[in-house]
Design a protein around this ligand. Sequence first.
Ligand SMILES: O=C(O)CCCC[C@@H]1SC[C@@H]2NC(=O)N[C@@H]21
Length: 193
Amino acid sequence: MNVLSGSQSSGATKSWVMAGLFAALTAVGAFIRIPIPYVPFTLQFFFCALSGILLGARWGFVSQVIYVLMGLSGLPVFTAGGGPSYVFQPTFGYLVGFCAGAYVTGFLWERWGSKAGTFIWAYLSALSGLAVIYLMGVPYLWVIMDLYLGKAKGWGWAVKAGFLVPIGGDLVLCALIAMVALRIRKHNWGFLR
Ligand SMILES: O=C(O)CCCC[C@@H]1SC[C@@H]2NC(=O)N[C@@H]21
């Protein structure tokens, strides 16, 4: 079930507005960061996963596609700027991962989580989306660093810099995402429906 379900005509408009809002929030998340070299710690994943749980798989995915397109079109909404050449940045794989991650998070939440409505399901949904983000981000990091930029850092380095360093913070974020998402869904705060 999707928190945006309502009358069909206004529902579609509202879904687009909310997708745009979450694209903008993910952009804000890129600016809230700890500048660790190569792969900064950011709050992009926080808003990405929230989009999946609050908007559902489809519109969560759309929100992240809007975010990535905003950046590729030249708006400096990624951690190291923006523009079409960003596809050659070592962290671009994570950005593609946000699209798939929001979808997976939303899919799992819609399929099983929303019925239970519990913290653990919200946490597991966010965690599964996070796994997808890393599965896309870490190999991409390695390919760009080693094969494209020729830095010969090695696969072990990519796993350390791209996974082991940020994963601890992201596991804490999953808990925060689950708490915030459940609170918003419980109160609904008017603007969601
Ligand atoms: O804007 C970019 O270039 C993307 C940065 C991606 C950072 C990744 S997302 C998963 C992991 N968790 C973090 O906090 N940082 C990395």
